[in-house]
Write a protein of this length. Structure first.
Length: 248
């Protein structure tokens, strides 16, 4: 049985169909990619899964339970964590404080929450920066903090919205190693990413959407060689053996 099923989900804003009857299924333990042009509806679909938006139509099933229209805090309690494309930590608070906020979803005990937060920070190589104010972190460290804050909620599924945007190539490689480590801990990952060499190298399966509708889904190899995907998003140079550095 799939861990997450998105069944014919649509989200309309007035006359705009931001997401239009998208269906996908994610198995436990997968790294599942979601790609498409800017404005395709990727983050809107994430927001429907995470409870930020209630779908206009369709259903979202998590671990056999219909969670359509649930509130974000209830989705988080169900062990679905998420990161955001634009990271917004509590700038004037420490790295430890930011991670501890996430840990409070599982306990009301401050000491337990801080212990959980420190454990996660160490895994993200931020343990030695626990006392640093978030505003003083580099972009790469802010991205790591965003992931750590989500992982502090102890998720079974992690929604990751462009966690590698703005990173240098070596930082992208380091993040890919982190994603593989997260998966090895039993966490299923559903991710949006524009850096094609990254998402193609780490994903088990990918769904492609354009104008809110699904074009196709398949393995990275199938997606990279699909004429519809090349025309709509990847570009002819990618299909002809380009380097895969699509970033928009």
């Amino acid at each position: 049985m799939a861990l997450l099923e998105v069944r014919n989900v649509s989200k309309h804003f007035g006359g705009l169909k931001a997401v239009d009857e998208v269906t996908l299924s994610i198995e436990k333990g997968q790294i599942y990619g979601l790609i498409g042009p800017n404005g395709a509806g990727k983050s809107t679909l994430f927001n429907c899964v995470a409870g930020t938006y209630a779908p206009t139509m369709g259903a979202i099933i998590y671990d056999g339970r219909d969670v359509t229209g649930w509130k974000p805090w209830d989705i988080c309690k169900l062990r679905i964590g998420r990161t955001f494309q634009i990271v917004k930590p509590f700038q004037s608070r420490t790295v430890l404080y930011n991670a501890t906020v996430g840990a409070f979803i599982r306990t009301s005990n401050r000491s337990e929450a801080e212990d959980r937060a420190m454990e996660v920070l160490r895994k993200f190589h931020l343990g030695d920066k626990a006392g640093v104010l978030a505003k003083n972190l580099t972009i790469a460290d802010r991205k790591r903090l965003e992931m750590a804050r989500a992982m502090a909620t102890d998720p079974e599924m992690l929604l990751m919205d462009e966690c590698m945007a703005g990173l240098r190539p070596n930082e992208v490689d380091e993040t890919l190693d982190v994603l593989r480590e997260i998966r090895s801990q039993g966490v299923t990952i559903f991710m949006i990413e524009h850096i094609m060499r990254a998402i193609m190298s780490v994903s088990d399966k990918i769904t492609v959407i354009q104008f809110g509708r699904k074009i196709m889904d398949g393995t990275p190899g199938e997606v990279a060689n699909d004429e519809r995907v090349i025309k709509a998003y990847l570009g002819e140079s990618y299909g002809a053996g380009g380097d895969g550095n699509v970033t928009a």
